[in-house]
Ligand binder design. Structure first.
Ligand code: URA
Length: 317
């Protein structure tokens, strides 16, 4: 109905991205590094045994309204606060606001372990099957998006004048507070990682972490051995600051092309490093972060969510 446009959006997204209602269709559990994974405890209404022993209601595949009440934890339950509430879970999984999620739950649209659950404060036990319109839901704590940044787009969450990298994906993630984990210049293109996982972004950007980033560069002059050796030794920029050793090697597109690998992220770093040798940068494209290469199938402005294995590869190198 007209009340929840986001619900349709979320389902459409699921179809487009090969996901089920925002849930990775792969059997692999979604456990990003650093995410709060503890969803301990049990559904107060169903417990670990689900609907066993609930007779007719179970056979019919429905529960009477009000049977799932979200009452106090049962004895033996570890820490009640660790299990996520159904309204929070539903909101995350369907991209709804908390009040929209509550309305959907009260309207009987959300099922838990085979029965309608109308209690927004019910706890979702680990491994519970929560579904909507016949599809299993999966509430991810964080999302990780690979974007192929086009020229002219700025690496920021918001900007008054220019389109930002977050603007490009916002329509599909209306409730997420996404930001770019690392920047590319407005004129540069390629791999930008968008996430709402602050600690993860901090990790990959931390100077001491030295996550490698690979760039494909087109110069206005041929790449020289002097540049290659200078990069390897650590270029001293015009302002006197010395860069960490970096790799420069001939690129695949002729004598003016180069591939550069950096382990730090200083403002305009590659342009300034080549500038020391009097070389100008015509094109700059980031092709990999850590051990993860940009998906060539995306194309300018294209984006997709990363699988857990891909997220791990970024830090794994
Ligand atoms: N170095 C630059 O000069 N620009 C970028 O966008 C990235 C690295």
């Amino acid at each position: 109905g007209g009340r929840m446009p986001c619900l349709r959006q979320a389902r459409a997204l699921g179809r487009r991205k090969g996901m089920v209602n925002g849930c990775h269709a792969s059997p692999e559990a979604y456990k990003p590094a650093g995410a709060a994974q503890a969803r301990k405890g049990r559904c107060p209404a169903f417990g670990r045994r689900g609907l066993r022993g609930k007779g007719k209601a179970r056979r019919m595949g429905v529960m009477r309204p009000g049977t799932c009440t979200g009452t106090a934890p049962q004895a033996g339950q570890k820490k009640e606060g660790a299990a996520v509430r159904l309204d929070k879970f539903t909101a995350k999984a369907l991209g709804l606001s908390r009040s929209e999620a509550r309305a959907a739950i009260r309207a009987g649209q959300i099922w838990m372990d085979g029965a309608v659950c109308r209690a927004p404060d019910a706890r979702v036990p680990e491994g519970a099957a929560v579904s909507h319109a016949g599809r299993l839901l999966c509430a991810k704590e964080f999302v990780y998006i690979m974007l192929d940044k086009p020229k002219g787009v700025v690496s920021a969450a918001e900007d008054e004048r220019d389109t930002t990298v977050v603007d490009l994906v916002r329509g599909e993630y209306p409730r997420r507070s996404l930001f770019p984990a690392g920047r590319l210049d407005k004129t540069s293109t390629g791999f930008v990682l968008l996430t709402d996982d602050g600690p993860f972004a901090h990790d990959i950007l931390a100077p001491g972490r030295h996550v490698e980033k690979v760039y494909s560069v087109l110069l206005d002059t041929p790449l020289t051995q002097e540049m290659i050796s200078g990069f390897e030794a650590g270029v001293c920029l015009a302002d006197g600051s010395r860069m960490l050793p970096a790799l420069a090697r001939p690129g695949a597109q002729g004598p003016c092309s180069a591939e550069v690998v950096l382990r730090q992220g200083v403002y305009h770093q590659i342009k300034r490093m080549f500038g020391v040798y009097g070389a100008g940068v015509r094109e700059l494209r980031r092709t990999a972060i850590g051990g993860l290469a940009l998906d060539a199938a995306l194309g300018p402005g294209g984006f997709r969510e990363l699988s857990p294995a891909e997220v791990a590869r970024i830090l794994g190198g």
